[in-house]
Design a protein around this ligand. Structure first.
Ligand code: SF4
Length: 329
């Protein structure tokens, strides 16, 4: 059996920053350390850090007054920031800068009186955080059908934003429907779907036709991982999502000559290595790594976790953007 090992896969710059931040925070502040929601959407990592004294909470009432609290890579709404301040929490913000960019766009458009449409998945942590920036002004659409039934009257000024981890193809369809319905609708200057989502989907799109089965390592609640399975399936390649090698079943591979193997942006590489070992052990598989794109993006951990020398250095181009200064028309 041949394994097409996809590159890029796994950790993006935002997840690397959040995980490194959590490690540093554990060293500096010790356990228990509180994180609002899952630090990233990956079951293995959540279990790993829970075992080391990290407490993942969905409500700030569960965090003792004055404790240290991290925000996950998906970001939070202003209401959570205010609540954290009221509880005098020591906040460490590991929101991905590319999510912060979308928050900034929401704030700026809302201040200018735009009606806003957010393309995203209802209930996803990132979507909840962005919608909280302008409650009552942002309308969520999840599909082309939602665009047809969107009830916003005849707005003078309207713009749309998107979740960072959408399917590129789905987003294009929804974008077209929005432009047909609102010919004057505006969009951010740069795409809200992040580079990591683009690259991982593009790689699967290119390689999936060569495989009879795609194995996507990623948790069910990971939006970007699920989209990788969607891309493979849309090209006629059946896809299976697994959290790790313990979920693999021999019979999946009965009539398979080539397997595509990739992982979502929140998946540590050791899960890929263990999956490869399982496949080699059971099928004498040959690994062929295919690299579609090099990634060089890097995000610094939040200032209070940096080495003193790093704290005084000027912010680099890849440092976290100020939401107030996010690029907007
Ligand atoms: S998937 Fe994209 S937006 Fe999400 S953490 Fe990674 S780089 Fe940031």
């Amino acid at each position: 059996m041949r394994i097409l090992l996809v590159n890029p896969r796994g950790y993006c710059a935002g997840v690397k920053m959040a995980i490194k931040g959590l490690e540093l925070a554990l060293q500096r502040f010790g356990a228990p350390l509180y994180v609002y929601h899952q630090i990233v959407h990956n079951t293995y990592l959540v279990e790993h850090f829970s075992a080391r004294g990290v407490v993942f909470v969905d409500h700030l009432q569960d965090v003792p007054v004055g404790a240290t609290l991290m925000y996950s890579a998906h970001g939070v709404s202003p209401r959570i920031r205010q609540e954290a301040q009221a509880r005098e929490l020591n906040v460490i913000d590991t929101t991905c800068p590319l999510v912060t960019k979308v928050h900034g766009e929401a704030v700026r458009y809302a201040r200018k009186g735009y009606t806003l449409v957010l393309v995203g998945h209802r209930g996803h942590d990132e979507v909840v955080g962005i919608m909280g920036e302008a409650p009552g002004t942002i309308h969520l659409v999840q599909s082309v059908d939602d665009v047809a039934t969107l009830d916003v009257g005849k707005p003078n000024r309207i713009a749309y934003l998107t979740q960072t981890t959408l399917s590129v193809a789905d987003k294009q369809d929804i974008e077209m429907a929005l432009q047909q319905r609102f010919p004057h609708i505006e969009q951010p200057r740069t795409d809200d779907i992040c580079y990591a989502t683009h690259n991982r989907q593009q790689a699967v799109r290119k390689l999936a036709p060569e495989a009879q089965l795609a194995i996507i390592i990623g948790s069910q609640n990971s939006s970007n991982s699920r989209r990788l399975a969607d891309v493979a399936q849309s090209l006629g390649t059946p896809a299976r999502m697994i959290d790790g090698p313990e979920e693999l079943q021999r019979h999946w591979f009965d009539t398979v000559g080539t397997v595509l193997l990739t992982s979502g942006a929140s998946v540590p590489e050791n899960l890929v290595d263990e999956t490869l070992s399982w496949l080699q052990q059971h099928f004498d598989a040959i690994i062929e790594e295919q690299s579609i794109k090099q990634e060089t993006q890097y995000f610094h951990v939040p200032p209070q976790l940096r080495h003193p020398r790093e704290r005084t250095s000027p912010p680099s181009a890849v440092d976290r953007p100020d939401p107030e200064k996010a690029a907007l028309p």
